[in-house]
Ligand binder design. Structure first.
Ligand code: CTP
Length: 404
């Protein structure tokens, strides 16, 4: 299994003064748990919201607050610590970033330890802003976000929800998991190479109802498709995700459509393909469904012996793919490459991703997988056992070769 890309990485965490500063403690924990080394720089107002001692203890490193630190216990030279830190970092994350700090970065201010460090930084910078709704939606703030993005910084926009003020609206710091996803993406060397692309992803199983209580389903968790949707979004694409029943997390930026059966999924795919350039069909669509669905619960006394099944429509095979790039998946247990190659041709696909069930850490409900990507040109790329997020990115990179 390839190593977690966060292992051994040097991450600077900037914390600024808003109530969401308390969440930085959890972010440090998550980064450390994944093997990263973390050093924290806070603004003086952040220290009003969360104790520097908490962040120093969790990060196992002294916390810098003052531009002119009185002690040299962090090992850096007294006056050039900002250069030492800037050169040390593989990545910097500012979470939460207040509208004040965002505005200062936009204008190149270096008036406290954190902003001074940002001006000296060579590594990528992730900025996750948080504020109360009106501060967040303020026109100048919004323009500043756009400006930072156009300068190449990686913005993780705040989410909609309940705010500490009691108001509801945009401004809630993005979930730590999303910050970790972005960190993983950037540290893996990926850029926003799918900007402007409209990508439709299907994920999860479909459930074919027998009666109001029972259904025929399959073991797909949706993990692979959701990781593809996440990775595509982080790489700049507009993502529509059509999902069968799944417990995976959805980014609020997705155009998210929940479905249950194969026929519902088909209806949505046929509808949504019109406004998308690319379809990645990772859903495990049922091939059969009960011919009739009982409107009442089938009782034991009915002595049901069998259920007559009929075929569902093959969504991929029947879809009009004109001017679209279409990626399918294949799950095979024998003659894997031959069968996957056949599916690629018969369903008229640009690429097919073959899932191997041979490795115990791959397949259903796992966070890892082992796949081979087959292009319509005949090129085959076999990937080692990897996290589904890494696989998602590898699939997107193969896709990128076609759309370029
Ligand atoms: N697929 C689809 N509609 C179906 C069944 C499958 O669009 N009714 C898609 C899947 O989403 C996947 C690809 O077709 O991208 C291959 O699915 P798979 O289940 O491996 O193949 P099948 O064509 O169903 O063939 P078999 O189950 O016999 O292997």
């Amino acid at each position: 299994m390839s190593e977690d890309v966060l292992t051994g990485k040097k991450i600077l965490l900037g914390v600024t003064g808003c109530i969401a500063a308390y969440k930085s403690a959890f972010l440090i924990r998550s980064l450390i748990q994944r093997g990263a080394e973390v050093k924290v720089v806070m603004t003086p107002s952040a220290a009003e919201f969360i104790s520097p001692l908490t962040l120093a203890t969790l990060s196992q490193n002294p916390v810098i607050i003052n531009t002119f630190p009185v002690s040299q216990s962090n090992g850096s030279s007294l006056t050039t610590w900002h250069i030492d830190y800037a050169l040390w970092a593989d990545l910097m994350i500012i979470a939460p970033a207040t509208v004040n700090t965002v505005a200062k970065i936009v204008h190149g201010f270096a008036d406290n330890a954190l902003t001074t460090l940002v001006t000296a930084l060579r590594s990528p910078l992730i900025i996750a802003p948080a504020a109360d709704v009106d501060m967040y939606e303020n026109k100048i703030t919004q323009e500043n976000f756009k400006k930072l993005e156009s300068l190449g910084y990686f913005l993780i926009y705040a989410e909609y929800g309940h705010l500490a003020s009691g108001l509801s609206g945009s401004g809630r710091l993005a979930d730590n998991l999303r910050i970790m996803d972005a960190a993983e993406l950037i540290l893996s060397g990926y850029k926003k190479d799918l900007s402007g692309k409209n990508i439709l992803v299907t994920a999860g199983p479909t459930y074919e109802d027998i009666d109001p209580v029972r259904f025929i389903g399959n073991r797909s968790s949706g993990k692979m498709g959701y990781q593809i949707a996440k990775a595509a979004f982080l790489r700049g694409a507009n993502v529509t995700l059509i999902s069968g029943p799944s417990h995976e997390n959805v980014y609020p930026e997705f155009n998210f459509i929940k479905v249950r059966s194969a026929s519902e999924m088909k209806k949505e795919v046929v509808n949504k393909i019109k406004e998308n350039d690319i379809l990645i069909m990772s859903a495990a669509v049922a091939d059969y469904k009960p011919e009739t669905v009982s409107s009442t619960k089938i009782k034991k006394e009915e002595k049901l012996k069998s259920i007559k099944l009929i075929e569902t429509d093959d969504i991929l095979a029947s879809l009009n793919k004109e001017n679209k790039i279409v990626v399918g998946f294949a799950l095979e247990t024998d003659n894997e490459l031959i069968n996957a190659g056949r599916k690629l041709k018969s369903k008229n696909l640009n690429m097919i991703v073959l899932n191997s069930l041979k490795d115990e850490k791959s397949g259903f409900e796992t966070d890892t997988n082992k796949v081979t990507v087959i292009h319509s040109s005949g090129d085959e790329i076999e990937f080692p056992l990897q996290s589904k997020f890494q696989i998602a990115n590898n699939i997107l990179t193969e896709l990128h070769k076609i759309i370029k």
